[in-house]
Unconditional design. Structure first.
Length: 418
């Protein structure tokens, strides 16, 4: 159907009918099949302007060379056909095609395209909270004590520690901490070999006693410097004074003193700076066993073993006390009622109760020796008996002495048990 015929029909037929007839006459540009009326209605409802129509995509009628014929292809609007509803068949067909594609892929119409400039649509992020500053880069120096220096048990030893910020990139917060590591000369070594004693730190208000001289078994000690924390600028340093006293019960040995630089009130200590100084603990007040007699044979349930040992002390005999310990393997599980320990005081035998030491071994209770075996003589005679056979292996005793809290090395006594 050519354009002149359509123009004449427009005058007497409503435009919607003309559009339907034009689409049906032209058919689909892809399949050649007649377009369904619903597709025409969809095209009429599309608010977007019609896309440009090319000659290869839309099969429109070839225009006539007659100018009058060409002018009738787009009739002027009349009262019956308002200008807003006038469409040529080619435009109606193009709208029908666009509507059919939109219906097949609705997401293409509704989903917005991503922004090509993310900076224009991204909301600004809030400023991150500053992380705790690690204490790495802090140098630690001991003053007043040298590596390997001797420290006497019982003496008050003063020293100081200097913390310096060697990191030029910024300031460092430091909670000064000092404590001793495990000690080979600790009087008790069953669980933790901790040095026994006191440690003080000099603050602005005076000397403050710290909870412990030793680090112990956890990391609680690392928080003891929170109340004395300070901040070091790049290159700055701070010196803190300390003093410690090792109890007389400690034995000689090498002791490591550690100074740390944790960040105040932080519970992670993996990166904190550490400084270590080793000192030699000595004790010139310890008694010494000078001799032990050969013990007599023991008959279980009947005859005790008897022996004599002599001791001496650098401080004289006035403060001496004997030490007798049941040191056999498994002696911590012995029934004390099955063991008797007696000492000869003058011409009589004095019986003592047994007490357990810090390692669980049974011994003569030191409190029972006060006023009974003090001072001279420096020769002690003991006898030990057992009511039942010993099941813990060979019977082993250890003898020694203490003087005003200082304890010397013990000597082993192994009687023949029958």
């Amino acid at each position: 159907m050519n354009a002149s015929v359509i123009a004449r029909i427009v005058k007497i037929v409503p435009l919607a009918v003309v559009a339907a007839v034009g689409v049906a006459a032209c058919g689909s540009p892809e399949t050649g099949a007649l377009a369904a009326p619903t597709a025409v209605r969809s095209a009429a409802s599309v608010p977007a302007p019609a896309p440009a129509v090319s000659a290869s995509q839309t099969p429109v009628a070839t225009p006539s060379a007659d100018p009058s014929t060409a002018s009738t292809a787009a009739p002027a609007p009349t009262a019956e056909t308002p200008a807003a509803s006038v469409e040529v068949p080619a435009v109606a067909a193009a709208k029908a095609k666009a509507a059919s594609k939109t219906a097949a892929n609705p997401a293409a119409k509704t989903e917005p395209k991503p922004a090509t400039n993310p900076a224009a649509t991204t909301e600004p992020k809030p400023a991150a909270k500053p992380a705790p500053v690690a204490a790495g880069g802090v140098g630690i120096t001991f003053n007043g004590l040298g590596e390997g220096q001797s420290v006497e048990v019982g003496d008050l030893v003063s020293f100081s520690v200097t913390w310096k910020n060697n990191d030029a990139s910024g300031s460092r917060a430091v909670a000064p901490v000092v404590a001793t590591r495990q000690f080979e000369g600790a009087p008790c070594q069953v669980v933790l070999a901790m040095a026994q004693g006191t440690l003080e730190r000099k603050d602005a208000s005076g000397w403050k006693s710290l909870p412990s001289l030793s680090q112990g078994g956890g990391m609680d000690y690392a928080g003891t410097g929170n109340d004395a924390a300070f901040t070091l600028g790049a290159g700055e340093s701070r010196t803190v004074e300390y003093r410690m006293r090792l109890d007389a019960a400690n034995h000689p040995g090498r002791l490591a003193i550690e100074a740390d630089a944790p960040v105040p009130f932080v519970t992670s200590f993996r990166d904190m700076a550490r400084g270590v100084l080793n000192v030699a603990v000595v004790d010139h007040h310890r008694p010494v066993v000078t001799s032990v007699s050969t013990p007599t044979a023991m008959v279980v349930g009947r005859t005790p073993t008897e022996f004599t040992f002599k001791v001496s002390s650098p401080d004289g005999a006035a403060g001496l006390r004997p030490v007798v310990v049941l040191a056999s393997p498994g002696s911590d599980r012995v029934n004390p009622e099955d063991v008797t320990i007696e000492a000869k005081v003058g011409d009589e035998w004095k019986s003592f109760e047994l007490d357990q030491d810090c390692e669980g071994r049974y011994r003569v209770a030191p409190s029972q020796l006060v006023g009974v075996m003090t001072g001279a003589p420096v020769s002690y005679t003991f006898r030990v008996g057992m009511a039942k056979p010993w099941q813990g292996g060979p019977l082993e005793l250890r003898v020694g002495a203490g003087s005003d809290g200082h304890y010397g090395d013990t000597v082993t006594v192994r009687p023949d048990v029958r």
